[in-house]
Design a protein around this ligand. Structure first.
Ligand code: ZN
Length: 335
């Protein structure tokens, strides 16, 4: 596997970051699905991999094991992972109180609630109860010594600091939570301000503290429109917090229809969609964006943020969207 390049300057490196979200289907199944353009396996080599959640379709252990084997074989020094609303076994309080019903009743991932509904029951043996998973056992898959050794870091909600062997030191704010939708995991009531309520449940520090925000859901108004209504379904409070934090990069998924990358200039309100050449994207198996200073279009930290909706699947769960690879200047770290 080729090693990712990394530009060296005196005070900064420009590592590459791979943004990757809802995986939902086991990759082995994807490989057997001939009608789709399977752009994302093997994953391109980068320095950092960011998975914005929905690691699985409905949180079964076998789905996690499949995803983990993809992550383990990915050529990246650091693999930062958050769960999403579909990863019901990683939200232990939710799974224990009601999420387990999705497994017990073998409820399809598209069902509107955790409760059994014959119209959504996809079990071959419809009257047989499904097996219940152990949330602690699932969590350990991501926090084991083996996962750590493979560079996998499972991020709880909050601020995390990382260092690469190159000396790059960067700060990430992570959150798996999204506004309530169809009784899934990691949900909060729409309208609740997790970022600023007093006392704050989920404080995002203001600029210049955070380099990268990694959330499962989008902020309101940014790559967050659903079809066919084109309604924005992102979180208003998250948008306000991101505007205050002004990170270099904000990666999310969740809203498959919103796939894309948008560069925002805070001082003017100017926004531009990132356009990638289709042929090159197909050849390379990823959509590349160079925002390093040496690339000629360097991102100005504090006034610009690149937003990436990394949903590799369409709303019909077809895995046809290319993962994004972003080249970005990050500081070489003092403590
Ligand atoms: Zn989701």
């Amino acid at each position: 596997m080729t090693k990712p390049s990394q530009v060296r300057c005196t005070d900064r490196y420009s590592p590459t970051l791979l943004s990757y979200s809802p995986t939902h289907l086991p990759p082995t199944l994807l490989l057997l699905t001939p009608n789709y353009l399977l752009l994302y396996l093997p994953l391109p080599a980068t320095n950092i991999l960011l998975h914005a959640g929905d690691l699985t379709k409905v949180g079964h252990k076998h789905e996690h094991l499949s995803l983990l084997s993809t992550l383990q074989s990915a050529a990246a020094e650091l693999k930062l992972v958050i769960p999403g609303n579909h990863d019901i076994t990683l939200d232990a309080p939710y799974y224990t109180s009601k999420g387990h019903l999705r497994h017990r009743h073998r409820t399809d991932h598209t069902a509107p609630s955790v409760h059994a509904n014959t119209a959504h029951n996809i079990s071959a043996g419809k009257h047989e109860e499904g097996a219940i998973e152990d949330p602690d056992d699932i969590k350990r898959l991501y926090t084991s010594a083996e996962a750590w050794e493979a560079g996998i870091r499972y991020l709880e909600e909050g601020v995390h600091v990382f260092r690469l062997t190159s000396g790059v030191r960067f700060t990430v704010y992570a959150s798996p939570f999204t506004p309530e939708f169809c009784d899934w995991a990691f949900a909060y009531e729409r309208g609740v301000d997790r970022e600023r309520d007093s006392p704050p449940q989920n404080p995002i520090p203001s600029h210049p503290s955070i380099d990268i925000i990694l959330t499962h859901g989008p902020p309101y108004g940014i790559l967050d429109q659903v079809v066919p209504s084109h309604a924005s379904v992102g979180c208003e409070h998250l948008y306000r917090a991101v505007k205050r934090a002004r990170p270099r990069l904000h990666v999310f998924g969740h809203i498959h229809e919103g796939y894309g990358a948008r560069r925002v200039e805070w001082s003017t309100g100017n926004e531009s969609m990132i356009q990638c050449d289709e042929q090159t994207t197909l050849q390379e198996g990823c959509a590349r964006v160079d925002l390093s200073k040496d690339g000629g279009a360097g991102l100005r930290f504090g006034d610009e943020t690149l937003f990436v909706n990394a949903s590799i699947m369409t709303v019909q769960y077809h895995p046809v969207n290319a993962p994004w690879v972003v080249e970005l200047d990050l500081p070489v770290g003092e403590e």
